[in-house]
Design a protein around this ligand. Structure first.
Ligand code: NAP
Length: 266
């Protein structure tokens, strides 16, 4: 089996990475940065986002596992003290995997430029670079509302605990194949009206956001920020691809929610 270890880049994560590299090679596994079967991300949830994008072209052939060197993560559940245990578990293949839905984003342009496709593990956000974002929101080909405000966020279930949560979105269990649209400070008055609530779309519904103001747009895909000019539409849907996590023990999602946001009662 081929593996690769991605580090956050701080000294603690780098040291851990080199220990994992050595242990796994001692077990006869082959280090392969280009075509790994398993990617061990050492750092935090942000590090796993980077690893996901590095290997997003081969998600069907790569499983991910996260070791956190900071606070408990949603994607990173192993702690540094457990790496011997983790390495043994990885070496004893085959392991189980769980699949989480991800988001497919297609940006189309007015100037005839080739459309761009992206996959997001957490979310895609759309903001105007100048003033408010004014955009028609279409669901399944029908106009749903005209949005005016700071921006829109379309998240995955596993990304629902990230930016989406800060926008008042619901936390969605990652076993549900859905995407969630959350508003960023919509303007609501007698002229402009939006639903105001986050919307959860099933995997056979597509949402298309069509900007109405003639400005540039800042589109984020997880940690990546891209400037897009002459945007005709941004289409979001549950991707046909999934992200796969290697699981060596139970890692209940609701327990992660409690541990991260509520904590233990005294
Ligand atoms: P960052 O601003 O350095 O860190 C964002 C924080 O979000 C980190 O604490 C990260 O955890 C955490 N995080 C990432 N994915 C998560 C998830 N699925 N559930 C719960 N927490 C999560 O940015 P970054 O490290 O490059 O990560 C990019 C992400 O930041 C975006 O995908 C977006 O979700 C998030 N973000 C959040 C807000 C907000 O909440 N207002 C605003 C902008 C962006 P670790 O410390 O473990 O890495």
């Amino acid at each position: 089996m081929k593996f690769s270890v991605s580090s956050k880049g701080d000294s603690v994560s780098d040291k851990l990475k080199s220990r994992i590299d050595t242990y796994l090679q001692d077990f006869g596994l082959k280090m392969d940065e280009e075509e790994p079967d398993i990617v061990i991300s050492v750092g935090g949830d942000g590090t796993l986002l980077y690893a996901f994008h590095k290997y997003s072209h081969r998600l069907d052939k790569t499983a991910f596992v996260g070791v956190h060197t900071g606070h408990l993560g949603f994607y990173a559940d192993w702690v540094p003290e457990e790496i011997e245990k983790l390495v043994i578990a990885i070496a004893k293949t085959p392991y189980q995997t769980v699949e989480y839905p991800i988001l497919e984003v297609t940006v189309r342009y007015l100037n005839g430029n080739q459309e761009e496709k992206y996959l997001a593990l957490n979310e895609c956000t759309i903001k105007s670079t100048e003033g408010s974002l004014v955009a028609d929101v279409e669901i399944r080909g029908e106009l749903f509302e005209t949005f005016r405000g700071d921006g829109l966020c379309m998240s995955t279930p596993s990304g629902s605990t990230a930016y989406n949560k800060a926008l008042g979105g619901a936390i969605i269990h990652p076993s549900i194949r859905a995407i969630q649209l959350a508003e960023m400070a919509s303007i609501n008055n007698r002229v402009f009206r939006t639903v105001g609530s986050p919307l959860i779309l099933p995997d056979h519904h597509t949402c298309v956001i069509k900007p109405l103001n003639d400005v540039d747009f800042q589109i984020t895909i997880d940690h990546l920020t891209l400037l897009h000019k002459e945007v005709k539409s941004v289409e979001c849907r549950v991707a046909s691809e999934v992200v796969r996590f290697a699981r060596f023990r139970p890692f209940p999602f609701w327990k992660r929610v409690v541990d991260s946001f509520i904590g233990k009662k005294e």
